[in-house]
Design a protein around this ligand. Structure first.
Ligand code: UFG
Length: 328
C-alpha cells in the first residue's frame, strides 16, 4: 500500500519525501506546483500533478491507488497574505483539508498526518507552551489550521480514522546532503532572510522590534531543523501503525533564541558582518514562542539529529549558495 503525500514539492514536504522514500515506502505525491518545485520531488516517488481541491482528480487518485496513509502538507503558509486574502486560506487550508478527510473516510484510509503550526497558540502567555494550551490564533492562517485540527478531532471521534497533527515551530535549514531546501521566493523567515543578506542578496536585514519584554528586546523563537521535522513525520506514521490513537504534537526543540542571537550565529557561520537595522515591530509577532517538547518524546520514537542552531544555519547557507549559483 502507498503513502499519499500532498504538497510533496514544497519545503517541508520535499524533505519528508526523502525520509519516507529512504524508509522504503511506496509514495505518491500530489502537488499543483503553485509554490513547490518539480525538481524537489524525490525521483523514487510517483508524482501526480494536480490540485487537492479538484474533487474529480482526487477521487481518481484514491480510486486508482491502494492508499494506507495520507501526509497532508499542501496549503498556504504566509501569515500576512492570509490577512489580505483570508478566503484563499480558508479554501486552500480548511476546505481542502475537509475534502481530504472526506476522501480518506470514503476510501477507508485510516491514518492521517497533518501539517499544523504553532501559530495556533497566537500569543501564548506561558512559554514553553504545551499542546493543552488553548487554541488562540491571531491570523486567518492560524485560524485555517486551527479549524482543520477541530475537523480532524471530530472526524476521529465519528469514524474509523486517526490522525497525528504536528504543530511546527520555526522551521529552518536544509537537507544536509543538499538534495532539497527552501527555495520559496520572497521568503520572510528570519534564517532564510539572514542567509540571503549574508550572501549579499539583500542590502540589509530589518529587525522587527527592539523593545519586547525579552532578554535583549527582540523576539524569541524555537528553531527546528527541517530534516528533524521531516523525520518526525515518519515517526508519526509508525505511531499510527502501532496504535490507532489520534494526537496533536508540538515539533520544536524546546530552546528559544532571540532574533539577535540568530543574526549573530548567521554572521559567525557565514563570516559576513552584513548590515542590520532596527525598525518597528511587525504586526502580529508574539514576543516568545517556544515548544514544550515532552509529548513528542513520549509518543514518537523521535531522535533529533540537528538540534544545533549553527548547524541549521550552515545547512541553510549551503542551500542558499547552491540555488543562487545555479539560478539563470
Ligand atoms: N524577523 C525579523 N526580520 C526579518 C524576519 C523576521 O526581525 O526580516 C523576526 C520576526 O519579527 C520574528 C522572528 O524574526 O520575531 C521570527 O520570524 P519568522 O518570520 O521567521 O517566523 P515566525 O516565528 O514569526 O513564524 C513562523 C512561521 C509561521 C508559523 C510560526 C510558528 O512564519 O507560519 O513560525 O511558530 F506559524
Amino acid at each position: 500500500m502507498a503513502i499519499l503525500v500532498t504538497g510533496g514539492a514544497g519545503y517541508i514536504g520535499s524533505h519528508t519525501l526523502i525520509e519516507v522514500c529512504d524508509a522504503g515506502e511506496d509514495v505518491i505525491v500530489v502537488d499543483n506546483l503553485s509554490t513547490g518545485f518539480k525538481e524537489a520531488i524525490d525521483s523514487r516517488a510517483k508524482f501526480l500533478q494536480g490540485d487537492i481541491g479538484d474533487q474529480a482528480f482526487m477521487q481518481r487518485v484514491f480510486e486508482d491507488h491502494s492508499i494506507e496513509a495520507v501526509i497532508h502538507f499542501a496549503g498556504s503558509v504566509i501569515v500576512p497574505e492570509s490577512v489580505e486574502n483570508p478566503l484563499l486560506y480558508y479554501r486552500n487550508n480548511t476546505e481542502n483539508t475537509r475534502q481530504m478527510i472526506e476522501h480518506c473516510v470514503t476510501h477507508q484510509v485510516k491514518k492521517f498526518i497533518f501539517s499544523s503550526t504553532a501559530a495556533i497558540y497566537g500569543m501564548p502567555e506561558e512559554c514553553p507552551v504545551d499542546e493543552t494550551y488553548q487554541r488562540n490564533p491571531i491570523s486567518p492562517y492560524g485560524h485555517s489550521k486551527s479549524m482543520s485540527e477541530l475537523m480532524l478531532e471530530d472526524a476521529s471521534k465519528a469514524y474509523d480514522f486517526n490522525f497525528i497533527a504536528l504543530r511546527y515551530f520555526n522551521v529552518a535549514g536544509a537537507d544536509p546532503m543538499g538534495r532539497t531546501g527552501q527555495s520559496t521566493k520572497n521568503a520572510t523567515h528570519l534564517i532564510k532572510v539572514a542567509c540571503e543578506a549574508a550572501l549579499g542578496y539583500r542590502d540589509e536585514l530589518l529587525i522587527f522590534g527592539s523593545d519586547y519584554d525579552t532578554s535583549d528586546g527582540t523576539c524569541i523563537r524555537d528553531y527546528i531543523h527541517v530534516s528533524d521535522l521531516a523525520a518526525a513525520h515518519l515517526c508519526a506514521l509508525s505511531a499510527l501503525r502501532k496504535t490507532a490513537q489520534s494526537e496533536i504534537i508540538n515539533c520544536g526543540y524546546g530552546t528559544g533564541y532571540s532574533v539577535l542571537e540568530v543574526l549573530s550565529t548567521v554572521k559567525k557561520v557565514s563570516g559576513v558582518d552584513f548590515n542590520t537595522r532596527f525598525t518597528d515591530r511587525r504586526a502580529g509577532d508574539s514576543p516568545q514562542v517556544v515548544a514544550k517538547c515532552s509529548k513528542i518524546h513520549e509518543h514518537l520514537d523521535w531522535i533529533p539529529k540537528y538540534n544545533n542552531l549553527s548547524l541549521i544555519v550552515e545547512h541553510a547557507i549551503e542551500w542558499e549558495r547552491k540555488i543562487r549559483s545555479s539560478a539563470p
